[in-house]
Design a protein around this ligand. Structure first.
Ligand code: ATP
Length: 434
């Protein structure tokens, strides 16, 4: 299996992810997505949006603000409960999350630990010029609450009937005690969340539905089945408001870890917001003529963790024969940052002209790259390493019959295709049928 060091090194070498503010020595747990990283990340977000909003008549989107009225965090319980137990080693001074230790001593040096104290994970800042208590606001630690406080706005303006969902993608911030494992746990990250509102009593059905939907999303995008598993939370582990919670876990280089959580949050959030805001947040059910607070199923995924899982799953250091090997990313074509490389076989004027024509035409549809430097073999390998699924080569036959070769990244086999057939050929392979 690939190591995290190999992934980090590829990401840096090929422009997927850089350390934040690197020229100043970086900033702990902060990362910047480079030119290829931002394309791949956008692809992941678009594919999530497509499967969960565009293709579903019962889910609509939202983009709420990061800064919210601080009362939201009182109502949600984040101000009083969103904390992890923290303990310091008295000997080496390292800081640990006490709930993640198997024995109560320092895992690094075996030293004695201080008593655990609770540490709130929300980032605090001030709004406006005066830095006093009344100006305190928080960076949201999840996108979910922006959805809950807009429940009625969305339901009424979109004239939605239960069951229906609201989806949102956006940045969240948590002052994690022990960030690490590259982009797996950072203090600034992106989430893709759905709050799916249902009639109480139908919640268990919809919980199962969403677990299935979400796992299938990863499968459809090429994640290997053996690297995904489901873990149900034990009763002792469940958040006090949740009736049930299931984690989708992925086999990361550091072991099985949470990729996405899918919780049955009951009517907890809307009830609390009703109580703290004094607004009536009940839903009127046309069929039963009753008013009630809906139950909520919440599939909550991390953009960055999905990104890491897709990379790890796709990475192969492949031995081709005795003297030859290549690094190849077997990314699903829909996830791959660059869809095709376009190459003139040789740097001859008539081949270059034709290749550029094809490249300029494909640009309208996808991110593609033109490359004329080095041997054709080297150019293919450069694209393999960033997961480009197709290599389109213009050779002398192209000038006679308007056909090109299209090389498949995984099999390295080539087919001859007419220039007019390039787009439909690629489209068929890039499009995901969710
Ligand atoms: P963990 O137990 O790993 O801290 P969590 O259970 O607190 O995660 P949730 O609150 O359920 O996480 O958040 C939903 C999703 O958001 C997670 O499954 C993960 O993909 C993502 N996520 C949460 N915290 C972070 C973080 N610090 N860095 C990157 N992604 C995160």
């Amino acid at each position: 299996m690939v190591t995290m060091d190999e992934i980090v090194s590829l990401c840096k070498r090929r422009g997927f992810i850089f350390q934040s503010s690197e020229i100043y020595g970086g900033l702990n747990s902060c990362w910047d997505y480079g030119p290829l990283g931002v394309e791949m990340k956008n692809n992941i977000k678009r594919l999530w949006w497509k499967a969960n909003v565009q293709l579903r008549d019962d889910v609509v989107g939202l983009d709420s603000s990061i800064l919210m009225n601080p009362k939201v965090w009182e109502a949600s319980g984040h101000l009083s409960n969103f904390a992890d137990p923290m303990a310091d080693c008295k000997v080496c001074k390292k800081r640990w999350r006490a709930d993640q230790l198997s024995e109560y001593k320092c895992p690094e040096c075996g030293g004695e630990l201080t008593e655990a104290r609770m540490f709130n994970l929300m980032f605090k800042t001030f709004m406006g010029p005066v830095e006093d208590e009344s100006a305190v606001v928080y960076l949201r630690p999840e996108t979910a609450q922006g959805i809950f406080v807009n429940f009625l706005n969305v339901q009424q303006t979109m004239r939605k009937k239960l069951p229906f969902g609201i989806a949102q993608i956006g940045k969240s911030f948590r002052n994690e005690i022990t960030p690490g494992n590259f982009i797996f746990r950072t203090r600034e990250f992106e989430q893709m969340e759905i709050e799916y509102f249902v009639k109480p009593g139908t919640d268990e059905y919809w919980h199962k539905h969403w677990i299935e939907q979400r796992i299938n999303w990863y499968y459809k995008l090429g994640i290997k089945k053996e690297n995904i598993r489901i873990r149900e939370h034990g009763k002792d582990e469940l958040a006090h408001y949740a009736k049930a919670c299931v984690d989708i876990e992925y086999l990361f280089p550091m072991g099985w870890s949470e990729l996405e959580g899918i919780a049955n949050r009951t009517d907890f959030d809307l009830s609390r917001h009703q109580e703290y805001s004094g607004q009536n947040l009940t839903y009127f059910d046309d069929e039963t003529k009753q008013r009630y607070i809906p139950y909520v199923i919440e599939p909550s995924a991390g953009v960055d963790r999905s990104f890491l899982a897709f990379l790890v799953d796709a990475y192969e250091n492949q031995k081709i024969d005795e003297n030859d090997s290549r690094i190849v990313l077997h990314l699903h074509p829909a996830i791959a940052p660059v869809k095709a490389g376009v190459f003139p076989l040789l740097k001859r004027e008539e081949l270059v002209k034709k290749a550029k024509e094809i490249y300029n035409n494909l640009k309208y549809k996808w991110i593609v790259q033109y490359d004329e430097s080095g041997s054709i073999g080297k150019r293919y390998r450069r694209q393999d390493e960033i997961g480009t699924p197709f290599g389109i080569t213009v050779d002398y036959q192209t000038l006679e019959d308007n056909t090109v070769t299209i090389r498949d990244r995984d099999t390295m086999e080539q087919v001859r295709v007419h220039i007019e057939e390039i787009i439909p050929y690629l489209e068929e392979k890039i499009e995901v049928k969710f």
